[in-house]
Design a protein around this ligand. Structure first.
Ligand code: PNS
Length: 161
């Protein structure tokens, strides 16, 4: 039986930190399904199609990784795939409270599904999608913290050449 893991998130946009976590998960699991939330409340900068396209491009070197999107409860989606593992990256203690609460909530909803945490490489521990967007909008440089396709789309989105 294939050992599948789901790596969910907003990925708005995918960063080098996400890529690193995906690579490490892909080395352990037979299949990793990067699953992008169609987020109705949050005002995403990129559409779900754009987020999927950027993630697919950034992860194209990993043959056992797929990128898809989902709506609704994560545990329902994980169950529908027949998977048993949720992957989340942990950057710092500041992530812990939110991640701990989410893992316990998901465990309450679906006790058969386990959350696995991958501790981010320290060189990516300060990167977040929101800081990438903000830094870029205010003229800062982000080309060393996002995949090249993401950098290109950021330039297009914010009209910078
Ligand atoms: O990258 P993010 O925004 O931190 O990812 C959060 C995500 C998508 C994993 C989380 O919001 C989620 O799973 N949403 C789906 C709805 C759900 O299942 N909520 C209950 C989890 S507590």
């Amino acid at each position: 039986m294939k050992r599948s893991a789901v790596y969910p998130g907003s990925f708005d946009p995918i960063t080098n930190g996400h890529v690193c976590v995906t690579e490490r998960a892909a080395a352990i699991f037979d299949e990793v399904r990067v699953s992008i939330l169609v987020n109705v409340q949050k005002n995403a900068t990129f559409s779900v199609e754009e987020r999927c396209a950027m993630a697919r491009e950034a992860l194209s070197h990993l043959p056992n990784v797929t990128v898809e999107h989902f709506e609704g409860l994560l545990v329902d989606y994980v169950r529908s795939l027949g998977a048993r593992v949720i992957i989340r990256g942990l950057r710092a203690m500041s992530d812990f409270e939110y991640e701990f609460q989410m893992a316990l909530m998901n465990r309450q909803l679906a006790p058969e599904i386990e959350t696995f945490f991958i501790v981010t490489d320290p060189k990516y521990s300060y990167i977040s999608s929101s800081s990438v967007r903000e830094i870029f909008q205010f003229g800062g440089t982000v080309h060393d913290v996002v995949p090249s396709g993401v950098f290109r789309r950021l330039r297009e989105r914010f009209h910078r050449i």
